[in-house]
Design a protein around this ligand. Structure first.
Ligand code: ASP
Length: 324
Protein backbone atom coordinates (compact mmCIF):
# COMPACT_ATOMS: atom_id res chain seq x y z
CA UNK A 1 0.00 0.00 0.00
CA UNK A 2 2.73 2.37 1.03
CA UNK A 3 4.68 1.67 -2.14
CA UNK A 4 1.62 2.33 -4.24
CA UNK A 5 1.00 5.63 -2.47
CA UNK A 6 4.62 6.69 -2.91
CA UNK A 7 4.47 5.75 -6.57
CA UNK A 8 1.29 7.74 -6.93
CA UNK A 9 2.68 10.83 -5.25
CA UNK A 10 5.85 10.65 -7.37
CA UNK A 11 3.67 10.46 -10.48
CA UNK A 12 1.61 13.39 -9.20
CA UNK A 13 4.73 15.44 -8.57
CA UNK A 14 5.92 14.80 -12.14
CA UNK A 15 2.56 15.76 -13.51
CA UNK A 16 2.48 18.90 -11.35
CA UNK A 17 5.83 20.22 -12.73
CA UNK A 18 4.84 21.04 -16.29
CA UNK A 19 1.24 21.61 -15.26
CA UNK A 20 2.34 24.35 -12.84
CA UNK A 21 4.51 26.04 -15.48
CA UNK A 22 1.58 25.92 -17.89
CA UNK A 23 -0.65 27.37 -15.27
CA UNK A 24 1.14 30.74 -15.27
CA UNK A 25 -0.44 33.07 -14.50
CA UNK A 26 -2.62 31.60 -11.79
CA UNK A 27 -3.03 34.83 -9.77
CA UNK A 28 -3.02 38.57 -10.54
CA UNK A 29 0.18 40.12 -11.90
CA UNK A 30 1.47 43.42 -10.49
CA UNK A 31 2.76 45.92 -13.02
CA UNK A 32 4.83 48.63 -11.36
CA UNK A 33 4.48 52.08 -12.91
CA UNK A 34 7.36 54.17 -11.58
CA UNK A 35 5.41 57.46 -11.81
CA UNK A 36 2.18 58.97 -10.53
CA UNK A 37 -1.19 57.92 -11.93
CA UNK A 38 -2.56 59.83 -14.90
CA UNK A 39 0.77 60.48 -16.67
CA UNK A 40 2.01 58.92 -19.91
CA UNK A 41 3.68 55.85 -18.40
CA UNK A 42 0.57 55.13 -16.32
CA UNK A 43 -1.81 55.65 -19.24
CA UNK A 44 0.21 53.45 -21.61
CA UNK A 45 0.52 50.76 -18.91
CA UNK A 46 -3.23 50.73 -18.27
CA UNK A 47 -4.13 50.50 -21.97
CA UNK A 48 -1.68 47.63 -22.60
CA UNK A 49 -2.55 45.83 -19.34
CA UNK A 50 -6.24 45.98 -20.15
CA UNK A 51 -5.87 43.86 -23.25
CA UNK A 52 -3.07 41.64 -21.92
CA UNK A 53 -5.21 40.69 -18.91
CA UNK A 54 -7.79 39.22 -21.28
CA UNK A 55 -5.20 37.11 -23.11
CA UNK A 56 -3.55 35.95 -19.89
CA UNK A 57 -6.81 35.24 -18.09
CA UNK A 58 -5.59 37.11 -15.02
CA UNK A 59 -5.82 40.70 -13.92
CA UNK A 60 -2.74 42.90 -14.32
CA UNK A 61 -2.88 45.29 -11.39
CA UNK A 62 -1.10 48.63 -11.76
CA UNK A 63 0.91 49.78 -8.77
CA UNK A 64 2.27 53.35 -8.90
CA UNK A 65 5.64 53.43 -7.13
CA UNK A 66 6.79 56.97 -7.87
CA UNK A 67 9.97 58.77 -6.83
CA UNK A 68 13.50 59.72 -7.90
CA UNK A 69 12.64 60.12 -11.58
CA UNK A 70 11.24 56.59 -11.85
CA UNK A 71 14.30 54.91 -10.35
CA UNK A 72 12.51 54.00 -7.09
CA UNK A 73 9.94 51.80 -8.85
CA UNK A 74 12.57 50.39 -11.20
CA UNK A 75 14.79 49.41 -8.26
CA UNK A 76 11.80 47.78 -6.55
CA UNK A 77 11.10 45.76 -9.71
CA UNK A 78 14.74 44.71 -10.18
CA UNK A 79 14.81 43.46 -6.58
CA UNK A 80 11.49 41.62 -6.60
CA UNK A 81 11.01 37.85 -6.90
CA UNK A 82 11.51 36.86 -10.55
CA UNK A 83 8.39 34.72 -10.84
CA UNK A 84 6.42 36.67 -13.44
CA UNK A 85 4.08 38.20 -10.87
CA UNK A 86 5.94 41.50 -10.68
CA UNK A 87 6.76 43.30 -13.91
CA UNK A 88 7.10 46.99 -14.78
CA UNK A 89 6.53 49.66 -17.38
CA UNK A 90 9.86 51.37 -17.88
CA UNK A 91 10.87 54.10 -20.28
CA UNK A 92 13.67 56.03 -21.90
CA UNK A 93 14.51 57.65 -18.56
CA UNK A 94 14.48 54.67 -16.23
CA UNK A 95 16.16 52.33 -18.74
CA UNK A 96 18.23 54.76 -20.82
CA UNK A 97 19.16 58.05 -19.20
CA UNK A 98 19.12 57.27 -15.46
CA UNK A 99 22.53 55.52 -15.26
CA UNK A 100 24.29 58.69 -16.44
CA UNK A 101 22.49 60.82 -13.84
CA UNK A 102 22.69 58.47 -10.85
CA UNK A 103 26.22 57.15 -10.32
CA UNK A 104 24.90 55.08 -7.39
CA UNK A 105 21.90 53.66 -9.21
CA UNK A 106 20.97 50.33 -7.62
CA UNK A 107 20.19 48.63 -10.93
CA UNK A 108 21.72 48.25 -14.35
CA UNK A 109 19.05 48.52 -17.07
CA UNK A 110 21.04 46.17 -19.31
CA UNK A 111 21.73 43.48 -16.69
CA UNK A 112 19.06 43.44 -14.01
CA UNK A 113 15.95 42.95 -16.16
CA UNK A 114 14.50 40.56 -18.70
CA UNK A 115 13.03 42.51 -21.60
CA UNK A 116 9.35 41.76 -22.26
CA UNK A 117 8.75 44.15 -25.14
CA UNK A 118 8.45 47.65 -26.54
CA UNK A 119 4.98 49.12 -26.12
CA UNK A 120 5.09 52.58 -27.67
CA UNK A 121 7.34 55.27 -29.08
CA UNK A 122 6.39 58.68 -27.68
CA UNK A 123 7.47 61.86 -29.50
CA UNK A 124 8.45 64.79 -27.27
CA UNK A 125 6.78 68.19 -27.34
CA UNK A 126 7.72 71.55 -25.90
CA UNK A 127 4.60 72.90 -24.18
CA UNK A 128 3.81 75.93 -22.03
CA UNK A 129 0.97 77.31 -19.93
CA UNK A 130 -1.64 78.93 -22.12
CA UNK A 131 -0.92 82.43 -20.84
CA UNK A 132 2.80 82.22 -21.61
CA UNK A 133 3.57 85.42 -23.52
CA UNK A 134 5.06 83.90 -26.68
CA UNK A 135 3.19 82.98 -29.84
CA UNK A 136 5.73 80.54 -31.29
CA UNK A 137 8.89 78.59 -30.46
CA UNK A 138 11.27 81.40 -31.42
CA UNK A 139 9.52 83.88 -29.15
CA UNK A 140 9.32 81.29 -26.38
CA UNK A 141 13.06 80.58 -26.52
CA UNK A 142 13.93 84.29 -26.58
CA UNK A 143 11.68 85.05 -23.61
CA UNK A 144 12.81 82.00 -21.63
CA UNK A 145 16.45 82.88 -22.24
CA UNK A 146 15.95 86.50 -21.23
CA UNK A 147 14.03 85.56 -18.06
CA UNK A 148 16.59 82.98 -16.84
CA UNK A 149 15.57 81.35 -13.56
CA UNK A 150 12.37 83.40 -13.33
CA UNK A 151 10.88 80.77 -15.66
CA UNK A 152 9.72 77.47 -14.11
CA UNK A 153 10.17 74.12 -15.81
CA UNK A 154 8.10 71.18 -14.56
CA UNK A 155 9.48 67.65 -14.79
CA UNK A 156 9.00 64.17 -13.34
CA UNK A 157 12.25 64.01 -11.34
CA UNK A 158 15.95 63.71 -12.15
CA UNK A 159 16.48 61.16 -14.92
CA UNK A 160 12.86 61.14 -16.07
CA UNK A 161 12.03 61.68 -19.73
CA UNK A 162 10.73 65.20 -19.12
CA UNK A 163 13.85 66.12 -17.13
CA UNK A 164 16.29 64.60 -19.60
CA UNK A 165 14.69 65.91 -22.76
CA UNK A 166 14.42 69.44 -21.34
CA UNK A 167 18.04 69.13 -20.20
CA UNK A 168 18.89 68.74 -23.86
CA UNK A 169 16.64 71.66 -24.83
CA UNK A 170 18.10 73.92 -22.16
CA UNK A 171 21.66 73.06 -23.23
CA UNK A 172 20.92 73.69 -26.90
CA UNK A 173 18.94 76.89 -26.39
CA UNK A 174 20.93 78.32 -23.47
CA UNK A 175 18.02 78.28 -20.98
CA UNK A 176 18.48 78.20 -17.19
CA UNK A 177 14.99 77.72 -15.79
CA UNK A 178 14.09 76.93 -12.17
CA UNK A 179 13.23 73.24 -12.06
CA UNK A 180 10.12 71.99 -10.32
CA UNK A 181 10.10 68.20 -9.80
CA UNK A 182 6.88 66.17 -9.60
CA UNK A 183 6.18 62.47 -9.10
CA UNK A 184 5.14 62.19 -12.72
CA UNK A 185 4.06 64.41 -15.58
CA UNK A 186 0.40 63.69 -14.82
CA UNK A 187 0.48 66.02 -11.78
CA UNK A 188 2.97 68.31 -13.58
CA UNK A 189 0.48 68.75 -16.41
CA UNK A 190 -2.27 69.68 -13.96
CA UNK A 191 -0.08 72.51 -12.70
CA UNK A 192 0.78 73.57 -16.24
CA UNK A 193 -2.92 73.76 -17.09
CA UNK A 194 -3.63 75.84 -14.01
CA UNK A 195 -0.66 78.08 -14.83
CA UNK A 196 1.42 77.34 -11.72
CA UNK A 197 4.45 76.37 -13.82
CA UNK A 198 5.61 77.83 -17.15
CA UNK A 199 6.70 75.02 -19.43
CA UNK A 200 7.69 71.41 -19.81
CA UNK A 201 9.01 68.85 -22.29
CA UNK A 202 6.87 65.73 -22.31
CA UNK A 203 5.68 62.62 -24.05
CA UNK A 204 2.88 63.21 -26.53
CA UNK A 205 0.40 60.79 -24.92
CA UNK A 206 0.02 63.12 -21.96
CA UNK A 207 -0.67 66.18 -24.06
CA UNK A 208 -2.97 65.65 -27.03
CA UNK A 209 -6.22 66.26 -25.20
CA UNK A 210 -5.02 69.41 -23.40
CA UNK A 211 -3.48 70.87 -26.57
CA UNK A 212 -6.64 70.22 -28.58
CA UNK A 213 -8.73 71.70 -25.79
CA UNK A 214 -6.62 74.89 -25.82
CA UNK A 215 -5.62 74.42 -22.18
CA UNK A 216 -1.87 74.57 -22.89
CA UNK A 217 0.31 75.90 -25.74
CA UNK A 218 2.33 73.51 -27.92
CA UNK A 219 5.36 75.18 -29.48
CA UNK A 220 6.86 72.22 -31.34
CA UNK A 221 7.18 68.47 -31.67
CA UNK A 222 10.77 67.21 -31.71
CA UNK A 223 10.38 64.68 -34.53
CA UNK A 224 11.27 64.97 -38.26
CA UNK A 225 7.55 64.81 -39.21
CA UNK A 226 4.41 66.22 -37.61
CA UNK A 227 2.23 63.80 -35.64
CA UNK A 228 -1.07 62.64 -37.16
CA UNK A 229 -2.55 63.09 -33.66
CA UNK A 230 -1.57 66.79 -33.63
CA UNK A 231 -1.34 67.88 -37.27
CA UNK A 232 -1.32 71.61 -36.39
CA UNK A 233 1.77 71.46 -34.17
CA UNK A 234 4.95 72.34 -36.13
CA UNK A 235 8.13 70.30 -35.94
CA UNK A 236 11.18 71.81 -34.24
CA UNK A 237 12.70 72.04 -37.74
CA UNK A 238 9.77 74.11 -38.99
CA UNK A 239 9.72 76.18 -35.80
CA UNK A 240 13.41 77.15 -35.93
CA UNK A 241 15.25 74.71 -33.63
CA UNK A 242 16.12 71.84 -36.04
CA UNK A 243 18.86 70.41 -33.81
CA UNK A 244 16.32 69.55 -31.11
CA UNK A 245 15.32 66.03 -32.18
CA UNK A 246 14.25 63.65 -29.44
CA UNK A 247 11.75 60.88 -28.91
CA UNK A 248 11.03 58.69 -25.91
CA UNK A 249 9.49 55.25 -25.49
CA UNK A 250 7.78 52.98 -22.97
CA UNK A 251 8.55 49.28 -22.62
CA UNK A 252 7.86 46.35 -20.29
CA UNK A 253 10.46 44.58 -18.20
CA UNK A 254 10.61 41.73 -15.69
CA UNK A 255 13.27 41.22 -13.01
CA UNK A 256 16.38 39.30 -14.10
CA UNK A 257 15.92 35.57 -13.73
CA UNK A 258 12.22 35.50 -14.59
CA UNK A 259 11.82 32.16 -16.45
CA UNK A 260 11.98 32.42 -20.23
CA UNK A 261 8.66 30.64 -20.80
CA UNK A 262 6.99 33.26 -18.59
CA UNK A 263 8.54 36.30 -20.29
CA UNK A 264 7.71 34.69 -23.66
CA UNK A 265 4.08 34.37 -22.55
CA UNK A 266 4.03 38.03 -21.48
CA UNK A 267 5.61 39.08 -24.79
CA UNK A 268 2.99 37.06 -26.66
CA UNK A 269 0.20 38.79 -24.73
CA UNK A 270 1.79 42.18 -25.44
CA UNK A 271 2.08 41.41 -29.16
CA UNK A 272 -1.59 40.40 -29.18
CA UNK A 273 -2.46 43.70 -27.49
CA UNK A 274 -0.46 45.61 -30.12
CA UNK A 275 -2.37 43.77 -32.84
CA UNK A 276 -5.76 44.45 -31.25
CA UNK A 277 -7.70 47.10 -33.14
CA UNK A 278 -9.17 48.83 -30.10
CA UNK A 279 -5.84 48.91 -28.21
CA UNK A 280 -4.04 50.28 -31.28
CA UNK A 281 -6.70 52.92 -31.75
CA UNK A 282 -6.46 54.06 -28.12
CA UNK A 283 -2.67 54.38 -28.32
CA UNK A 284 -2.61 56.00 -31.78
CA UNK A 285 -5.20 58.62 -30.80
CA UNK A 286 -2.81 59.68 -28.04
CA UNK A 287 -0.01 60.10 -30.58
CA UNK A 288 1.96 56.95 -29.68
CA UNK A 289 4.09 55.37 -32.42
CA UNK A 290 3.61 51.61 -32.36
CA UNK A 291 6.56 49.26 -32.92
CA UNK A 292 6.48 47.08 -36.04
CA UNK A 293 6.59 43.26 -35.68
CA UNK A 294 10.41 43.15 -35.63
CA UNK A 295 10.45 45.81 -32.93
CA UNK A 296 8.04 43.87 -30.71
CA UNK A 297 10.40 41.00 -29.80
CA UNK A 298 12.19 40.58 -26.50
CA UNK A 299 15.59 40.57 -28.25
CA UNK A 300 14.82 43.82 -30.05
CA UNK A 301 14.12 45.53 -26.71
CA UNK A 302 17.24 44.03 -25.09
CA UNK A 303 19.45 45.40 -27.88
CA UNK A 304 17.67 48.75 -27.88
CA UNK A 305 18.16 49.33 -24.13
CA UNK A 306 21.93 48.87 -24.56
CA UNK A 307 21.89 51.40 -27.40
CA UNK A 308 19.85 53.90 -25.39
CA UNK A 309 22.18 53.79 -22.38
CA UNK A 310 25.14 54.30 -24.75
CA UNK A 311 23.32 57.15 -26.54
CA UNK A 312 22.28 59.10 -23.46
CA UNK A 313 25.47 58.89 -21.39
CA UNK A 314 27.53 61.31 -23.58
CA UNK A 315 24.51 63.57 -24.22
CA UNK A 316 23.95 64.03 -20.49
CA UNK A 317 27.64 64.56 -19.78
CA UNK A 318 27.83 67.19 -22.53
CA UNK A 319 24.76 68.97 -21.13
CA UNK A 320 26.72 69.61 -17.94
CA UNK A 321 24.13 67.89 -15.72
CA UNK A 322 25.59 66.75 -12.44
CA UNK A 323 25.10 63.19 -11.22
CA UNK A 324 22.94 62.64 -8.12
N1 ASP B 1 6.51 61.32 -18.75
C1 ASP B 1 7.12 61.21 -17.50
C2 ASP B 1 8.58 61.46 -17.56
O1 ASP B 1 8.85 62.60 -17.69
C3 ASP B 1 6.74 60.28 -16.49
C4 ASP B 1 5.30 59.92 -16.40
O2 ASP B 1 4.95 59.04 -17.17
O3 ASP B 1 4.56 60.45 -15.57
O4 ASP B 1 9.43 60.62 -17.41
Amino acid sequence: MRTILTALSVAAAFAAGPAMAQAYPNKPITMIVPFAAGGPTDVIARIAADNMSKTLGQQIVIENVAGAGGTTGSTRTAQSVPDGYTIMMGHMGTHGAAPALYPNLKYDPTKDFEPIGMVAGTPILIVAKKTFPAKDLKEFLAKAKADGDKINEAHAGIGSVSHTTCLLLNAQAGLKPTQVPYKGTGPALNDLVSGQVDFMCDQIVNLVEQIKGGNIKAYAIATPERSPALPDVPTTKEAGLPEYQVSAWNAMFAPKGTPKDITAKLNDALQKALADENTRKRLLELGAVLPDKAGQTQDALGTFVGQEVARWTPVIKASGAVGQ
